[in-house]
Each structure stands twice: as C-alpha cells, then as structure tokens.
Design a protein around this ligand. Structure first.
Ligand SMILES: [Zn+2]
Length: 68
C-alpha cells in the first residue's frame, strides 16, 4: 500500500490501523472554479487540530458508538 504523508507538515504517517488521520477526497463539480478536478489530501491529527482551530464555526462533534 502507498505510504501516507501529511500534506501540510510532511510528516510520515503510519498505517491506517496504527495512526488515524483526516483523508479528504473532493471531486469539484461544474459549478466550481476547478471544473471536474479530483483533489485529495491527508492531514495528520496535529495539523487537523490547528486547521479546525482557525474555523469561525466549530466542527460538529458527536460520539461514535460503533468503532470501525
Ligand atoms: Zn501534519
């Protein structure tokens, strides 16, 4: 499997089962400036925390009852 790196700080991440991270895949549609481009990035937990710390409206949090 491909190695995973944080796109923001470049840190090498462990396997999915060892180290959790935010993995985003976004397919931009016609009504964006990116016209059908697929963007993907990974953020480590530290960079995720820094990022959401800049949000004006906080992230919605709820408890996960069934761990995957
Ligand atoms: Zn990072």
């Amino acid at each position: 499997m491909d190695e995973r790196f944080c796109n923001c700080c470049g840190k090498k991440l462990g396997k999915r089962s060892e180290e959790d991270a935010l993995e985003v895949i976004k397919e931009w549609g016609y009504f964006s400036g990116k016209d059908l481009e697929r963007h993907a990035f990974i953020l480590c937990e530290g960079c995720y925390d820094k990022w959401i710390g800049t949000f004006v409206r906080p992230v919605k949090k709820s408890e996960v009852t069934e761990a995957m």
